[in-house]
Write a protein that binds this ligand. Structure first.
Ligand code: NCD
Ligand code: ZN
Length: 346
């Protein structure tokens, strides 16, 4: 059995309406801080919209949540008013701004075509000390899908970091050795890594029947990239921490002719990460990755609660899917790992 401080999820999609109702409990019963992504069908671009969304999240949160603290983000677009952003950050309502390349992923049509287009937003972030969160993936059709993270980092983010070195950046859900190297080499950057990018490689996605439930953006990359991510996550580097990128889609949208990108891992993501660390004999680094590094980067106090994680084969079959009130089904990622671990409040 190991005991860890209550973990945080620094990148999560909680959705809205019935899907929000169905998924928020998985996050709220386990994680403390949750950095809530703003890519709703109508992107969250104002403090008022973020506050209304936070109210809906709170209303949907089950009463047995441990110590759930959703924090809100705005969607980087020309629709953001820098004055409103500043006021939202100063009131403690907005924690960060998320940059999406237009067309890279789910609900990203309102994203940017060049990072250089949003200087007033970045200046506000620098002045207020809030972070820019970046989906680092090129949308250039001439670039191979497995090379798009590195291309974006080289073409877009490196020039921005050189131009505004004081801008604090979180490179979200890094998926390649290039992503890990970028964060090691750029002092004002940090990275989140997802459970599925630590535990799977692209062969799992494609080799034995195509697996829409493992399809996400950025796409799960090669085995050597996964090994580089595992090396970074278990290294003790203070600038890397868990962001699950839990992103539920109904099976009707995942198993159709054009699968939507996103893996729903809020249920078992912690077990998946624990198993990857266990396999590397690195469980002594788990608390840093899932609990304490992110707190330090985001400047929040350490948690009061702890979780106990026990590795033991569990007889009870783990649920493999959830159902929303409107009849949608979502596949739960990580049932195999979940059958090896028990997680309980400490
Ligand atoms: C996310 C979603 O579905 O909202 N999908 C994903 O594959 N990760 C969007 C995102 O974070 O890219
Ligand atoms: Zn995401």
């Amino acid at each position: 059995m190991i005991e860890i401080p209550q973990p945080d999820d620094w990148h999560v999609h909680l959705r809205d309406d019935d899907m929000l109702q169905a998924v928020v409990g998985y996050t709220a019963r386990r994680f403390r801080y949750a950095m809530v992504m703003p890519n709703l069908a109508t992107p969250v671009v104002s403090t008022a919209a973020a506050t209304a969304y936070l109210d809906r999240i709170r209303a949907a949160t089950p009463s047995d949540a441990l110590d759930f603290r959703p924090v809100m983000t705005l969607y980087c677009s020309s629709a953001i008013d820098p004055g409103d952003l500043r006021a939202g950050i100063e009131k403690g309502l907005i924690a960060a701004v998320k940059y999406y390349p237009a067309g890279a992923t789910t609900n990203s049509a309102a994203g940017g075509s060049s990072m250089a287009d949003f200087m007033p937003i970045y200046e506000t972030l620098v002045e207020t000390g809030a972070r820019l969160l970046v989906h680092a993936e090129s949308t250039d059709p001439a670039i191979d899908i497995f090379a798009r993270e590195e291309a974006f980092l080289v073409d877009q983010l490196a020039p921005l970091c050189a131009r505004i070195p004081e801008l604090a950046v979180t490179v979200e859900h890094i998926s390649t050795s290039a992503g890990a190297d970028f964060v090691r080499e750029h002092p004002n950057t940090a990275a989140t890594i997802t459970p599925h990018h630590l535990a799977r490689e692209r062969s799992d996605l494609l080799a034995d029947g195509m697996r829409p439930d493992l399809y996400c953006k950025p796409v799960i990359n090669s085995a050597s990239d996964r090994d580089a991510l595992l090396g970074f996550a278990t290294s003790g580097d203070p600038n890397v921490f868990l962001g699950t990128d839990s992103a539920p889609h109904p099976t009707s949208a995942k198993y159709g002719p054009k699968a939507k990108a996103g893996v729903f891992n809020a249920a078992y993501g912690l077990e998946v990460v624990a198993e990857t660390f266990h396999q590397l004999d690195a469980l002594d680094q788990l608390a840093a990755f899932v609990s304490t590094n992110g707190c330090a980067v985001y400047g929040v106090e350490p948690p009061e609660h702890t979780l106990h994680l026990t590795r033991e084969a569990v007889d009870a079959d783990r649920a493999t899917e959830l159902h929303t009130a409107s009849g949608d089904t979502v596949v739960l990622f990580g049932t195999d790992e979940a059958s090896l671990w028990t997680v309980a409040p400490g």
